[in-house]
Design a protein around this ligand. Structure first.
Ligand code: GLY
Length: 347
């Protein structure tokens, strides 16, 4: 399926089994594609898919370089971006050449940021190979790196020129990483696509992976087209993330994955909504059941007080008001401003 994201600039997300081998062809069809491509990938993903991607780009006539960095979040920092600039400089990349990010959120976010800033911006194509990156991170142009005191604190909104999501690459994903992405899939069911949520409840969604990924991308499309810079409606995509980030921090970003944290955060947000009287009773229980069904955690050792305290202290939440994302029911979401001092009433 091809989904056009009508931001400025617009681009097409192709969700298709085997599209990994067509990335060169997709690049060739772009306006002024230049002559050189650099693949930005990590030591987990490049050994599995790097050669196929390279072959596809070469057969479309591009000369191909690669930058492969140690897999993992600790690589997502400015010093690695600096190494990417150096590699691009050495290979004499110009503004008409392009990058291809291959892998999960780390290569996509960091490679995208390098593309946004090298020579004040060169093109990049996202080739996401994790479920999380295919349904969420690769679409919408959020690029960036971490700072020693927080995740994603430096970055730019910079749209890719194309996204090629190959669901077949998910086959090699360890189960826990796959489930990590399912947290975000469930999120799309909660905030916009009640039918997707029902399909997940009925265990009939995952038999069609390209279909599920496309449904999430179609949802995300609406949010980023209306609010590319995340000042309004796009914040809805953070459903479950406010409490989820607090949990990730309490776990020192180690033994709880992002999707697992978001799952727990969605249950907390639904409970908060029920307590505030804005969410239909029983919504939190439905989310909890779906998480259990897909073996995502529904319990955490930290108390409600600890989580809310970490939420209030989050450096990314500015001022005295939190924009909590709540549901009125499954498939219907809202932005609910809440004074931080009222957080304790949600326990
Ligand atoms: N992952 C949330 C967003 O792209 O806004």
């Amino acid at each position: 399926m091809e989904i056009e994201i009508k931001t400025a600039p617009a681009y097409v997300v192709t969700v298709e089994n085997g599209v990994l081998d067509r990335v060169g062809q997709i690049a060739r069809q772009l306006e002024k594609p230049g002559s050189k491509a650099m693949i930005i990938s990590d030591t987990n993903v490049f050994p599995i898919y790097g050669e196929r991607l390279e072959a596809s780009l070469k057969s479309a006539g591009f000369s191909v370089a690669r930058f492969v960095f140690p897999a993992g979040e600790p690589s997502k920092q400015l010093s690695t971006v600096s190494e990417i600039y150096e590699a691009l400089g050495k290979q004499e990349f110009t503004r008409s050449d392009f990058l291809v990010t291959l892998g999960g959120g780390v290569p996509g976010d960091m490679g995208g940021f390098a593309a946004a800033t090298f020579l004040r911006g060169i093109d990049f194509i996202q080739v996401p190979t994790s479920l999380l990156a295919q349904v969420d991170a690769s679409v919408g142009g959020k690029t960036g790196v971490d700072l020693p005191f927080g995740k994603n604190l430096v970055g730019a909104f910079y749209q890719p020129v194309a996204v090629a999501a190959d669901p077949e690459t998910l086959r090699t994903l360890p189960k826990r990483y796959f489930n990590d992405g399912l947290g975000e899939v469930i999120k799309y069911g909660c905030i916009e696509d009640a039918e997707l949520f029902r399909d997940l409840e009925a265990n009939r969604a995952l038999s069609d992976l390209p279909g599920v990924i496309s449904r999430c991308v179609l949802s995300k499309k609406h949010f980023v087209e209306e609010d590319t810079k995340d000042r309004g409606k796009r914040m809805t995509l953070n459903f479950g993330h406010t409490f989820g980030h607090a949990l990730e921090k309490l776990h020192h970003f180690q033994d709880l994955s992002h999707g697992e944290a978001v799952g727990l955060g969605m249950v907390m947000a639904a409970l908060a909504g029920e307590k505030l009287g804005v969410t239909t009773e029983g919504t939190a229980q439905r989310i909890r059941k779906v998480l259990e069904q897909y073996t995502l955690p529904v319990e955490d050792p930290f108390s409600g007080e600890e989580i809310l305290e970490a939420t209030a202290l989050d450096k990314k939440t500015m001022g005295d008001t939190l924009n909590l994302i709540l549901l009125s029911e499954i498939g219907q979401s809202m932005i609910y401003p809440l004074k931080k001092e009222k957080l304790s009433s949600l326990i």
